[in-house]
Design a protein around this ligand. Structure first.
Ligand code: FES
Length: 402
């Protein structure tokens, strides 16, 4: 019976159950992390290094692929009777030594056998503060496997349609604001190894000497890499004399922008500034740049669950408030989070199923207004189109055909 059904004599789930009773880190199926060390990357950015368990390693390393630069992990932690789930960027690649590793307290096992993964956290909010300040060393947390499409694969597919030149490697521009720099390390290392020309713009409120040293070393090795660190309180670092991202700043980089893929990770304001700048350049040069932008938004995993696994309302995913009008029902509500959650906060029931962008049950037609898809980062046009309310937030006032 070469291809037939083969019952497992001992179910993996049963082995897992027994194993986890013997040791909570042990599992054949559930990826888990054990906290090894913390490292202060800057005043407001802490790196956490974790040892990975057997299940994580088996799933991630069963190919030769490891994780991709730019991916993130969803960590699930239990605080005061509530499960909280948050997304955090993975810093670097599986085989990439990080600049502080010699100083950190890392077990030899984790160091030598690729058993470690590092994430970066800005200590703000309940979960981030807990992870960076309270979680004792060697504690165990549940994790997803690496997730996310904010990877170089997107650069390839989005530029492939451009005709006979599609084999050439297009330049890449990475734009980061504050802690948005964390996914860039793995991405940039991969991009340079693949032979891309790479430019990095990093806007931050404080100096980051160690990180800047890293970028300098990288540019010494790769002449095709240039980086610009903009300390927002130090005018001598500004691009084209502008404190924030501007069309003049982008043009001063002398990149062939029409062929440049732009990866951005940072605040809503940074994304808005980037879109405004490329719109200005598009009009000025009569080229279409908007589709060259990929924005990281960490899926929509900012979700909490109570001890029984019920999903709590997502209060972490908030943005500037706008008004949403339901044309047929003649109702309106203010929205500073996903359209679905905002409607429910205003006691208005909208159709939904999975609440994760999968089932399409929440899909409806937008008559006007701009929305942003929090899974892909895409900003919509201002006109009529079909959208999912569970994964879109309002960037302007919006009218829905509901
Ligand atoms: S509720 Fe399932 S896609 Fe929105």
């Amino acid at each position: 019976m070469a291809n037939g059904y083969r019952p497992e004599i001992v179910q993996r789930a049963f082995v897992d159950f027994i194993g986890s009773r013997l040791h909570p880190f042990w599992s054949l199926t559930t990826p888990k992390l054990r906290l090894l060390a913390r490292y202060e990357m800057s005043d407001d950015l802490i790196a956490l290094q974790f040892e990975t368990n057997q299940a994580f390693r088996q799933q991630i390393f069963k190919g030769t692929d490891d994780w991709k630069g730019g991916q993130y992990l969803d960590l699930r932690v239990f605080i005061d009777g509530v499960y909280h789930q948050r997304s955090y960027s993975i810093v670097g690649l599986a085989n990439q030594p990080l600049w502080w590793q010699d100083d950190a307290v890392i077990t030899e096992t984790a160091k030598s056998k690729r058993h470690a993964v590092t994430i970066a956290i800005k200590p703000q909010g309940l979960v981030s503060n807990y992870l960076t300040k309270q979680l004792p060393l060697f504690s165990i947390v549940d994790t997803s496997m690496p997730l996310g499409d904010f990877t170089l694969a997107q650069a390839k597919t989005s530029l492939d349609h451009r005709g006979p030149d599609n084999q050439k490697l297009n330049p890449l521009l990475f734009v980061a604001g504050g802690s948005g720099i964390t996914p860039m390390l793995g991405l940039i290392t991969q991009a340079l190894a693949n032979g891309h020309q790479v430019a990095l713009l990093h806007y931050n409120r404080t100096e980051l000497p160690q990180l800047q040293h890293q970028w300098q070393q990288l540019s010494d090795i790769h002449p095709t890499f240039s980086y610009h660190f903009i300390h927002t309180d130090n005018p001598t670092t500004y691009l084209a004399d502008e404190r924030y991202l501007s069309a003049e700043g982008l043009l001063s980089l002398n990149l062939p922008l029409a062929d440049t893929q732009i990866f951005a990770c940072g605040s809503q304001a940074l994304s808005a500034g980037l879109y405004k700048a490329v719109n200005e350049i598009s009009v000025l040069q009569n080229i279409q740049l908007r589709d060259n932008i990929i924005v990281e938004n960490f899926g929509n995993a900012l979700t909490d669950f109570d001890g029984d696994g019920n999903q709590l309302l997502d209060n972490a995913l908030q943005t500037e408030s706008h008004t949403v009008y339901l044309r047929s029902r003649q109702r309106q509500f203010d929205s500073d989070t996903t359209l679905l959650v905002a409607a429910e906060n205003a006691s208005i029931r909208l159709a939904y199923g999975c609440r994760q962008g999968i089932c399409q049950l929440c899909r409806c037609n937008k008559m006007s207004g701009v929305v942003k898809n929090i899974q892909t980062g895409k900003i919509s046009s201002d006109g009529y189109e079909s959208i999912q309310t569970c994964i879109n937030i309002a960037m302007t006032d919006v009218v829905l055909d509901i």
